[in-house]
Design a protein around this ligand. Structure first.
Ligand SMILES: [Zn+2]
Length: 247
């Protein structure tokens, strides 16, 4: 029997899918660049932050890069764990995910607000000032370790309120090897009720992280899918005045 499907067409379709830029989704993480100063409010305490083992391998070749939550975190067999015996760089590390509200990010050099690009309903790219709910990806190692250490020490100090009761500025100084982060606390004040409403539930946060850093599940064990209805209700309640995109 001959098949009516042309494998070459399938191959081309799959290849272009693989090389196409990721479908523009709403941003999840707050990324820094040199001289960027972000004013943020943690939306969870360190006790409430989500913790995942993640495989992270940088490579010059984009196809070889790995940035994936370990499938063991969703109770499945993990492709990267299986490959780890051959490649030590694939060993997972512990990552801490702290949801934050970003009031804004300013480029200290130009004094201008930092913007990001997002696709609107009709697929046009629009530039918006960076504002809204994001996630800080923290580790004990690397330069970002300074931020985790800061928050940990901050909460140990009896004179401070919980990290969720303060705003903080985080600034990246330098770049590459010389990169450092400076964190400064602001005076404790109640969280704006609109922002309070935008705070994602732990389930939503987990869902967005698994979406952004999809685990490589071996043996085709399916992941639990979103419950559409539940998500829709949640999306509605985040509302506000609509000027700030929902998480
Ligand atoms: Zn794994």
């Amino acid at each position: 029997m001959t098949t009516t499907v042309n494998p070459l067409e399938l191959i081309d379709a799959e290849l272009s899918k693989a090389s196409a830029p990721r479908v523009s989704k709403r941003p999840v993480f707050l990324f820094f660049k040199e001289n960027h100063k972000a004013l943020i409010r943690p939306l969870a305490t360190l006790q409430q932050c989500l913790v995942f083992q993640k495989h992270n391998r940088f490579d010059q070749e984009p196809e070889r890069r790995v940035n994936a939550i370990c499938a063991a975190e969703v109770g499945a067999a993990c492709v990267h764990c299986a490959a780890m015996a051959q490649e030590k760089k694939l060993a997972p590390s512990m990552y801490f995910y702290l949801p934050i509200y970003v009031y804004g990010v300013v480029d200290q050099k130009t004094g201008e607000k930092v913007c990001y690009k997002e696709k609107n309903e009709v697929g046009e790219e629009v530039e918006k000032p960076l504002q809204g709910v994001r996630v800080l990806e923290l580790t004990s190692f690397g330069t970002i370790g300074a931020v985790l250490k800061f928050f940990r020490e901050f909460m140990k100090d009896g004179e401070n309120a919980a990290i969720t009761e303060h705003d903080f500025s985080i600034t990246q100084l330098g770049t590459g090897q010389g990169k450092t982060f400076v964190v400064m606390p602001k005076i404790a004040r109640p969280l704006d009720s609109k922002i309070q409403q935008m705070t994602p539930t732990a389930e939503r946060l987990r869902e967005r992280l698994l979406e952004a850093l999809p685990p490589a599940v071996a043996e085709g064990i399916p992941l639990a899918r979103d419950k559409g209805g539940e998500q829709a209700t949640q999306a509605k309640q985040g509302a506000g005045d609509g000027s700030i995109p929902e998480f």
